[in-house]
Design a binder for this molecule. Sequence first.
Ligand SMILES: Nc1ncnc2c1ncn2[C@@H]1O[C@H](COP(=O)(O)OP(=O)(O)OP(=O)(O)O)[C@@H](O)[C@H]1O
Length: 675
Amino acid sequence: MNGDLVPVEPVLDGEVVAEPAASVRLVPVAWRSRQAWRGAPARLLRLPLRFFPAVGRGALVVFRAWRRWVRVRDYREAAEQAEKLADKYVEIRELGLYRWRVTGMALGLVSALLFAGYVVWGGVLLWGVAGGGATVVAVIGRRKDGSPGRKAVMNGARVLAWTMDGQLLVDAFRDAKLIGKDEALRLVERPHRVGDGWAVVADLPATRKAADVIKNRDALASALAVDEVQLVAERVRGRGGHAGRVSLWVADEDPYAGAPLRAPLLDVERWDAWRAVPFGRDARGRRVDLPLVWTSLLVGAIPRQGKTFATRLAVSGLVLDPYARLYVFDGKGGKDWEAAEQVAYRYVCGDEQEHAEAVRDHLVVLVAEVQGRYARMATVDDELCPESKITPALSRDPDLGMPVTGVVIDEVQVYLENTTRVEVGGRKTTLGLYVADLLTYLVRKGPAAGIVVVLATQRPDSNTIPSRLRAVLGSRFALRVMDWRDSNIVLGEQMNTRGYDASTLLPAHRGVGILRPDGEMGSDVLATTVRTYYLPNPDWRTICTRGRALRESAGTLAGHAAGDDSTGVVDPASVARAVGDRSEGWVVELPEPLASVVEHLGDELHSREFVPSAELIEALGVEAGRFAREMGELGCRPLRQYVPDGEEVRRVRGYLTSDIRTAIDEISSEAGEGG
Ligand SMILES: Nc1ncnc2c1ncn2[C@@H]1O[C@H](COP(=O)(O)OP(=O)(O)OP(=O)(O)O)[C@@H](O)[C@H]1O
């Protein structure tokens, strides 16, 4: 460095070239290790023992290939698929005969050559040919290392069989009474592997509907000898789909078993409340997202099935958006929602009277706020607010004060069942019914003003969640419930008869439920069975801590989380008027089964004179004796009337719609008198 000379190694003149290959790869990988060579003598000794079975297997493979070829199976299947078997029959037969002739000629030629060789070279030639042939056949029939012969992909011969032979699938459809004895299916796609299962797309005969296959999935699963959780049946809609095209997917094993799925939101720093949250995966492993803005959500399940976890997952998108506001009311009063306290604008946890009153007070303020938001939106110019609906830009404008606001109530029945008598706007009612009215208003009018209501309950029966509230809740998620009635209460009337019944989910399937997305959000599917992502307490806490940090840095931390629990001043009379105003769609809560009868009849309640009992019993899926008794208790007695039946007239039992209307009027006037 300082100019002194230092001794160095001799300097070589040249250029760096690529390192030569370590060894020339003439030796197979299996023989490169020392152990492989050590085991060689034993393997050599076993060779004769392995040779003959391999020859047997190879001969079978060759024979099957020849039989397939001589029977023209490939051509025949293609014609069957195109439903042109009858047209092509003569052609196929001729081709078959030709292939038999080629076989005969080949056999004759080989025999002649062998005979000539025998004459010239004697028995040596025959032994040589036999040895060579056997070696070739043994190579065809050899077992690959590590794979002990052929293995069924699915368990059970019957299960696997339909993937090999389309006719068995047709038979299964016939057995399940989804198509008639003389009808057939047209396979749009042959069975093929998709994920961990087999998929096939089929067209039903013109008179049949794909919706019926979905409805009778259980029968088809039985005919295919798989558990119904393994069979996913979907309609193919949109381009390339039609009402008679059905897509089936049969999982190799229970698709909802296995380790819980990690929630993707754990890996994001922040989220936009306007984006649908990653909610879970369907049986085929496809991601299912849940939009929340502009809709509302009801989550129902019996205890310990994952209702709280699913509800937290649904709102975690709102937690991770610093511009979103959260009202968290936990009727259970445990630790499940504790972490949300650090981000919540309003927070109530408990099932005492004071908690129910606090929830009511916060909801009253919220109703006033919805009214205020509509008034403010009316003053915003058309460019920013083209319709009376909140937009992402409006929701983030601090001057307007209209953030996306999530109102989450876990175990909502605790507040809805509160029987304390209260007087609201001169009307006597109970605190629970008033909370139901406030929630109904928020669910009905709130979404367009940026209010998202999420309700969870372990008691999804009609007495707990009034039908007027249920009717307006847009999205539904039912984890396992006790019976199909409870399932229908969460998912909507008659969903069980359409093939969606949350009481059939297995107890072991925690966190698995049926999601019915809001029909107005443009979803293609009626409902999907979803395995929700797993969001245990520590992960939930991480999300809430992140949500708080985001709000702190955006300057949006407010309300309870910022130590401010003061409620604004509102005019309770105007709120009471708004929630009780029947002209705005306030509907009287009808008891069951009257509520379902009214829902089933729709406008026909006024246009028809008489409705047969059998029709109602089938549509509502109820038990005849109990239905008649309950209708009787509500003042509707059945009578016999003549109804047209094709060319003839039959006398059947049923109800006059005028009786049903009278019963509704009576219940309404009782409610109006301050029930
Ligand atoms: N997505 C999921 N994947 C796997 N397991 C889950 C999932 N969600 C919930 N679980 C399991 O189910 C248990 C019950 O969940 P959760 O506390 O949400 O039930 P719940 O319906 O709210 O019960 P309760 O009505 O008693 O409050 C959890 O402790 C968890 O082990």
